[in-house]
Write a protein that binds this ligand. Structure first.
Ligand code: PLP
Length: 390
């Protein structure tokens, strides 16, 4: 990995803030932004609608799909580009065939990206959404899921890493448990991809959604969904149009067919340049090296939790053991409502985190570009606030 000072020069935001909110949106490295801006200007200057020009832009997403698929350990035909992680959840939710009374398991630590689509399907289609309680102990999670699975359970839809506490779930074991009982599995990888490498087959997922704009540091508006090859027949495309068909004989025969790949979940004019830009972000991250990125994320988060845990009145709510811990550190502070705490850190101390209203807490995310000094600054800010009240 290149030196931390050189890395930090690629992220001008770090000169302004103690930026600890990659979990909401990761800043794209400057070299990635420059390549993307050059690409975009070139596209614009050649006429965005010039067929050869936009054809090239569309084609340029092909190698990115292949590259991303290889990174995730899946086939390119199993990945559809989306605009965010939520798109993937919706594509699968609306694509499967449901009967009234079918059940979906979600956890009690889901982002609206997961719980809103399922609650909406419950209202619209009469399925049931059951909430399973998570725990920092993987054995308890597995036991709770096992208890929750019933005759009508069709799917488990959990985040791979909880956005509330940063808990990393025992996904491989969960998938085995579900598959043994005939239950399909979908994980939301919004908080996992990029803070560590995700090998989708190793997670056992049947479906996996992700985005490029958090830990992968790609442009805002990038995402993908994995639909396992043999399940693509069962996940029918719900939003269709130009680009989603392989054959279209309209108006003569009115015949159309979908391709037998995940491309059938894509349709219409797309922000292809953003997906190409996501590829640039992958170039950057690959150049740093994944073992180095992962080790640094682990080290910084563990230091942050240790420092926060030592502050009187602060309570670390995120797991600290190596199997469950990630780069997300959520904590509460006695006497401080989450919104005031978040605001005071941001406005008075330049520490950018994210409120976690469900737990009356604040979440700080540490990526490889953060430093021990920034963790000291954040911990000192919390220690100072601990001595006052809002
Ligand atoms: C676990 C989780 N899933 C999904 C999302 C939403 O991501 P997107 O806006 O890319 O759909 C978030 C965003 O914070 C998240 O933390």
């Amino acid at each position: 990995m290149k030196g931390i000072e050189a890395i930090r020069r690629d992220f001008p935001v770090l000169a302004r803030y103690v930026y600890l909110n990659t979990g909401t949106l990761g800043p794209s490295p400057e070299p990635v932004n420059r390549r993307l801006i050059d690409l975009y200007l070139d596209w614009e200057h050649n006429g965005p609608g010039n067929p050869e020009n936009y054809g090239h832009m569309h084609e340029a997403t092909g190698p990115v799909r292949a590259r991303l698929a290889a990174w995730l350990g899946v086939a390119p035909e199993e990945l559809a580009f989306t605009a965010n992680a939520t798109d993937g959840v919706d594509i699968v939710a609306w694509g499967l065939d449901w009967r009234e009374g079918d059940e979906v398991l979600i956890s009690d630590q889901e982002h609206p990206a997961v719980f809103v689509p399922w609650l909406w399907l419950s209202k619209r289609l009469g399925i049931k959404t059951k909430v399973v309680k998570l725990s920092n102990d993987p054995k308890v999670i597995l036991a709770n899921v096992e208890k929750a699975i019933g005759q009508r359970t069709r799917l488990l839809s959990f985040s791979h890493v909880s956005s509330m506490t940063g808990l990393r779930l025992p996904v491989a074991e969960l998938s085995r448990l579900c598959h043994d009982r005939g239950v399909l599995v979908m994980y939301d990888g919004a908080q996992s991809c990029g803070q560590f490498r995700v090998d989708i087959p190793a997670t056992g997922a049947d479906f996996y959604s992700l985005n490029g704009h958090k830990w992968m540091l790609g442009p805002v508006g990038t995402g993908a969904v994995y639909v396992r090859r043999d399940l693509q027949e069962r996940v029918r495309p719900s939003w269709v149009g130009g680009g989603s068909t392989s054959v279209c004989d309209y108006p003569e025969l009115g015949r159309f067919e979908f391709p037998d790949t995940a491309v059938k979940y894509e349709f219409a004019t797309r922000p292809w340049h953003l997906h190409v830009g996501w590829g640039y972000a992958l170039d950057y991250l690959d150049g740093l090296g994944w073992p180095e990125i992962e080790a640094r994320v682990r080290k910084l988060a563990s230091l942050l939790k240790e420092r926060l845990g030592a502050i009187k009145g602060a309570q670390v709510l995120s797991p600290t053991d190596p199997t469950g811990a990630t780069g997300l550190s959520t904590f509460s502070l006695e006497g401080w409502p989450f919104d005031k705490l978040y605001e005071a850190l941001n406005k008075e101390h330049g520490v950018v985190g994210r409120p976690v209203w469900e737990l009356n807490a604040v979440r700080l995310s540490t990526h490889f570009y953060n430093t021990e000094e920034e963790i000291d600054r954040a911990a000192e800010a919390v220690a100072r606030l601990a001595q006052t009240r809002p």
